[in-house]
Design a protein around this ligand. Structure first.
Ligand code: SF4
Length: 340
């Protein structure tokens, strides 16, 4: 619940508005899992809250730690649905939670495990926010950044995603500044325009993967509904509305999108967009033929792009040894371990 929704509940219970802030602090800052532990609330209110509300938390069915410190969590929701989240620490002390927004995904990107398993349902805002606290618990410290890059297409679940964003970015709740939050999309122009109306200035990342219409339609089938020109225009509008650059994510696949012509199409797409470009080698997914180009070929691609777009980075993949990297989430891991 957002602070406004909690305040409405408190009003219904005949309580002053500041009780909403106290309750939110217990849930999001101190991580308590029972109303009885909220010792600065009157006993009568604690009893009422236990009747009217629920402090739900997904079950951690499995927790796998990568050599690079990333932790992949397999979470079980109340209806038994399983989703995955990743906690990614870095050397600067940041902890990034990569959260899922749908169980499965309807977009069908050809290199993605989630896309291959099909779409099951949207997550609600609580199920999205809970992944941030699960990531913090797994790392034993607070999350500093959130990326909506796990399972699912966030902009196909925009209502619950914006509710979750309100709770995550509100200082009285989770309190992560909107500049430390990024929503990723395959590029859905009407939804990008709607997201720009969100009161915070959250970052937007486009999973581009090719700026050649034909290649992109093959790699990201869902994006066939819109032309690259329309998607590009929506990025320009978004970046100007929130006054920050967008990110173009480009997963390099050997022999598919790593040619000089593809690099030129990428720079042409980026021209006039306030954007930074992230290149990353495609991760190996069992049963799929896609392979990352050689390190030399990736550097060559980066250099071609850098000739006209200086803000380009070739990034290292994180968590690929535990199948927690881009394209490798599937919600199908088995076994029970972790913190339960
Ligand atoms: Fe869905 Fe993202 Fe996978 Fe594409 S890459 S199928 S949008 S989860």
């Amino acid at each position: 619940m957002s602070i406004e929704e909690l305040e409405a509940l408190m009003a219904e219970l005949g309580q002053p508005a500041y009780r909403a802030r106290q309750t939110a602090a217990w849930v999001h800052r101190r991580g308590v899992r029972s109303f009885d532990s909220m010792t600065d609330l009157p006993a009568e209110l604690r009893a009422l809250l236990s009747e009217r509300a629920e402090l739900a938390q997904p079950l951690v069915r499995e927790s796998r730690r990568s050599r690079d410190g990333s932790v992949k969590l397999l979470l079980e929701l109340e209806d038994g649905e399983r989703i995955e989240s990743v906690a990614i620490p870095d050397e600067d002390g940041r902890l990034t939670a990569c959260v899922s927004t749908q169980a499965g995904c309807p977009c069908g990107c050809v290199f993605c495990m989630t896309g291959r398993s099909g779409y099951r349902r949207n997550l609600d805002s609580a199920e999205i926010v809970c992944q941030v606290s699960a990531a913090a618990s797994s790392a034993g410290r607070p999350v500093t950044n959130v990326v909506f890059m796990g399972m699912g297409e966030p902009l196909l679940n925009l209502e619950e995603v914006t509710r979750a964003l309100s709770v995550i970015t509100d200082r009285r709740c989770v309190g992560i500044g909107s500049r430390h939050v990024t929503v990723s999309t395959v590029g859905i122009p009407p939804a990008i325009d709607r997201l720009s109306g969100f009161r915070g200035q959250v970052g937007l990342a486009l999973s581009l993967h090719s700026a050649v219409e034909q290649t992109r339609r093959r790699l990201v089938p869902y994006s066939r509904r819109w032309s690259l020109a329309d998607i590009r225009e929506s990025l320009v509008r978004y970046s100007s509305a929130v006054n920050r650059p967008v990110t173009l994510e480009y997963c390099l696949i050997g022999g598919v999108n790593d040619s000089r012509a593809e690099a030129e199409a990428l720079t042409a797409f980026a021209r006039g967009v306030r954007a930074k470009i992230n290149l990353i080698g495609c991760n190996r997914v069992e049963g799929l033929p896609w392979r990352s180009p050689s390190p030399r070929a990736m550097k060559a691609f980066r250099d071609w792009v850098a000739e006209s777009c200086p803000v380009v980075t070739l990034r290292a993949s994180r968590g690929s040894d535990i199948s927690a990297a881009c394209g490798q989430l599937g919600g199908v891991s088995g076994g029970v371990s972790g913190s339960g």
